[in-house]
Design a protein around this ligand. Structure first.
Ligand SMILES: *[C@@H]1O[C@H](CO)[C@@H](O)[C@H](O)[C@H]1NC(C)=O
Ligand SMILES: *[C@@H]1O[C@H](CO)[C@@H](O)[C@H](O)[C@H]1NC(C)=O
Ligand SMILES: *[C@@H]1O[C@H](CO)[C@@H](O)[C@H](O)[C@H]1NC(C)=O
Ligand SMILES: *[C@@H]1O[C@H](CO)[C@@H](O)[C@H](O)[C@H]1NC(C)=O
Length: 466
């Protein structure tokens, strides 16, 4: 085993624990702090490495893969059981698809400095504007090119040619594959996505360049030869209902409450040795690095998912983060996500204030289908982990690991034929029916799905936000 690469070792942990790919999504003890401190759990079969270039397919398909989460693929896609068995006839009539952006450079640069450069010359983040008519001026397709100027007395915190965060070439290539696979399932096989974009498809993103760049790559995969532009809808950033756009003081006050519980404190105390070792090695002793595992996870994931090594101290090149340390960081991060959106005593309120308005928008789309008044067949929204997490929380997912790069939720609505024609829903999380406290959401009346999510929609967000 010693001669294998790190990637293979991490991937091999699943079989070692006797886990199927689907099992890797649902660690049964994720809600206990012993999940963090028990080193023999490793990554619980999860994958955390990828080469610089993609696409990365996941190996085997369906495994929790931080760098590129699985998504529906025609090779593995299964029809809902009643349709597959022929006990009912019906067809897919609506798809609400949500996804996190694809892989990227990190948000969080080590305060003590980074010992490796990041290179982004292999990717072009496009940015240009033009009139809303093909007969008007057609702009030059300009793209951002990050560079360093030796006359600038301020040196960037990390060497190289990237912004933090930005989509990487692997993220673009994974996104294109993601779109191709969606076309093969929902276009070619099921006939829902049209051959060309029409007025029954709708796209939205957050105000972040990460989600916008992802949309261009994914939708090119859906329609490789389409020769035109498409609207990517965005709300005004000050009132955006995704990515914590609107301001709401109850978001931070609820977060403080849930971070004051004995469970939260216990997860900090079982990791105090790890946090202090990483803190002194990497200059990361401030509360923003020590109070949660968000920054360490983000920094290590950004390196491992784009073909780089874990960091070393810039002042002592033999003091390096080991894979065992990184695995404990990742287990702690997963514990935190499960705590934020599933098990903390304020979880319902936290989901309502952070994501309730967007959950209400999803319900409105589903209700329109139920009422046979939908103006859409396919809606695709490009968002963030901080959106995917609370939506999975509202569904009551049995265990929630950090919703990783390209993680996705497909709300499928099926209409059965015949006298008792009715609408059924199924919800796929990263390609598989999601396992929840309400059972596996594989074939349930659409109205039941609406009932499951409705308690998370605030009646009065203004008073809730305070
Ligand atoms: C974790 O989940 C299990 C199964 O759902 C439950 O029995 C247990 O009480 C939970 N533990 C904690 C610490 O929340
Ligand atoms: C640690 O995890 C392993 C693998 O899941 C399990 O077999 C073992 O019982 C755990 N040990 C403790 C002390 O929880
Ligand atoms: C920055 O990276 C470039 C390219 O990898 C390298 O040539 C240069 O020496 C690095 N500069 C510093 C200050 O490390
Ligand atoms: C550098 O790090 C190594 C490994 O952690 C440690 O053994 C050594 O004492 C450190 N050297 C200095 C000068 O701090």
């Amino acid at each position: 085993m010693r001669s294998l690469t790190v990637g293979l070792l991490v991937g091999a942990a699943g079989p070692a624990l006797g886990l199927s790919p689907l099992d890797t999504f649902y660690p049964p003890t994720l809600n206990q702090t012993s999940y963090i401190s028990n080193a023999s759990i490793g990554t619980y079969g999860g994958i955390y490495t990828a080469p610089t270039k993609g696409p990365t397919g996941g190996n085997p398909y369906g495994t929790y893969d931080y760098c590129a989460m699985p998504h529906p693929r025609s090779q593995e896609y299964q029809l809902p059981e009643p349709i597959a068995k022929g006990s009912v006839k019906g067809q897919l009539v609506y798809l609400e698809y949500l996804q996190r952006h694809q892989r990227r450079t990190p948000y969080n640069i080590l305060p003590g400095g980074e010992n490796q450069a990041y290179e982004c010359n292999n990717v072009r983040p496009y940015l240009y504007a033009g009139p809303n008519s093909a007969s008007g001026i057609q702009p030059m397709p300009m793209y951002a090119q990050t560079y360093q100027d030796s006359t600038n007395p301020f040196k960037p915190d990390v060497n190289g040619t990237c912004q933090y965060p930005q989509i990487t070439i692997g993220g673009v290539q994974d996104g294109y594959q993601h779109g191709q696979d969606l076309w093969n399932v929902y276009g070619k096989k099921l006939g829902l996505i049209p051959k060309q974009p029409n007025d029954r498809v709708w796209f939205r993103s957050s105000n972040s360049a990460l989600t916008q760049g992802t949309a261009g790559a994914v939708l090119r995969g859906v329609w490789p030869t389409y020769d035109g532009a498409l609207p990517l809808h965005q709300m005004a950033s000050s009132v955006d209902t995704v990515n914590e756009g609107y301001s709401c003081s109850a978001i931070s006050s609820t977060l403080s409450q849930l971070e004051s519980t004995t469970e939260w404190q216990e997860h900090l105390s079982v990791t105090s040795g790890l946090r202090s070792e990483l803190g002194s090695m990497l200059g990361a002793t401030s509360s923003s690095w020590q109070g949660t595992f968000d920054h360490f996870s983000d920094n290590f994931q950004g390196r491992l998912c784009n073909g780089y090594e874990l960091p070393c101290s810039v002042t002592n090149s033999s003091a390096c983060v080991t894979m065992e340390m990184a695995e404990e960081v990742f287990r702690a991060g997963d514990w935190e996500w499960n705590y934020y959106w599933r098990t903390n005593p304020y979880a319902t309120k936290y989901i309502r204030v952070v994501e309730g308005l967007f959950i209400g928008e999803i319900i409105a789309h589903l209700q329109a289908v139920q009422d046979e008044s939908s103006s859409l067949d396919y809606s695709h929204t490009f968002i963030h982990d901080g959106d995917i997490g609370p939506i999975l929380g509202s569904l009551g997912i049995n265990a929630l690991r950090w919703p990783a790069m390209g993680s996705n939720i497909a709300f499928e609505v099926w209409k059965t034929e015949g006298k008792s024609s009715a609408f059924y829903a199924r919800v796929l999380y990263s390609g598989q029916p999601v396992q929840t406290i309400h059972g596996t959401l594989d074939w349930i009346p659409l109205s039941d799905l609406i009932q499951i999510m409705s308690p998370y929609v605030p009646d009065d967000i203004t008073s809730l936000c305070g």
